[in-house]
Design a protein. Sequence first.
Length: 428
Amino acid sequence: MSVDPPAPTRTRPLPAAPGTASATRQRMTPAIVVVMLALLLGVQPVSTDLYLPALPALSDGFGAPMAQVQFTLSALLLSFGCSQLVWGPLSDRFGRRPILLIGLVVYLVAAVACVLAPTLNWLIFWRVLLGVAMGAAVMTARAVVRDLFEPAEGARVLSTGMSGLAVLACVSGPIGGLLTDLAGWRGALAALAVFGACALVLVAFYFKETLPQPRLDALQARTLVNTWLHIVKHPSFLTFSVLAAASYAGLFTFLAASAFVLIKLRGLSLTAYGLMMASTAFSYMCGTFLCRQLLRRLGLNGTVAVAAGLSLSGGVLMAGLAWLGVETVWAIMLPIYLFLLAHGVIQPCGQSGTVGPFPESAGAASALNGFLMMVTAFGMGGWLSAHMDGSSRPLIAGILFWSLVIALVGWALVPRLGRLSRSKASPA
């Protein structure tokens, strides 16, 4: 039996001037909102996908084993997830805009420092700081969707923004491969600094505050604990968080192992690998378009059910081809296209569903969701590092496992527990 949380926390309305939610609706057009979402969410694939083709060159440049080099990716994702637990409450207290600007300034500084890193340990340090800054951008994007839209509409808007994210992911792989060929791994990392500078300028000029009312006690220890407990006990949050985390963990499995499997085992060049990464991003982008169509026709539960079927098909197909002894590039890529098509459907639904019940604490809910996704991915990265045996088996096993989890959640839990309903109250 559930117990209603305490009365809503005290809030102070923002002045009716530029920067309020009402002013945001007037001054930030829907098109600008979508562009901002694509830009902020796109920080993540730009920081990872553009960097992937440089991993073998980075390993050679520092004379370090691939497992140690891969930690530059895992450490970034762990700091990215953990930092959101701080950025979320800060944005609920002070607003989305100041947190976003601070995060992008830190991102730019860290990106420049990565290019100049003299040792692998220093690179890992600056990549950790880069992940901290990424947390501010991505957490803010998800919270902004809840500030401006009701949950069902938020899923459609978020899927549109994620289509823009997919475009950035499409070009990141080829650009990363090309820059690595021309200027080495430092050239690839320099592109992150350019992206960070552009994002900072655009946000400074065009992003308006979306938080309707700041929570004055959002940073108090008692409020933080009560808010987090209230969120994690909500069945919709748990259901959609597991769904989003499982889908992202499958994507991370491919990202972490693909360079080794496709370049070392299948013999792809850096440029060809970059093109393959672009094709996977295109599949994901198609999934975001499919998401909007399915939501209109089938509703949330039907949309997630279809995506779960696509994901499971990808995992089973990859495992089946491996069992039959088919060891080609396309035995990996065709199933991945199915999995990432489903990923493009699942992420807008999952991320919107996690923040939907918490309009007064969208920052905290977004932060917890991001934290759980990244911790799951980090754990998967640790498993991959321990089980990389010179074959493609760890990649195949990981994709199959996460596709089974997605099918279980999408078919069994979402219809029962995944209601996009507003929480009764926010804890004090």
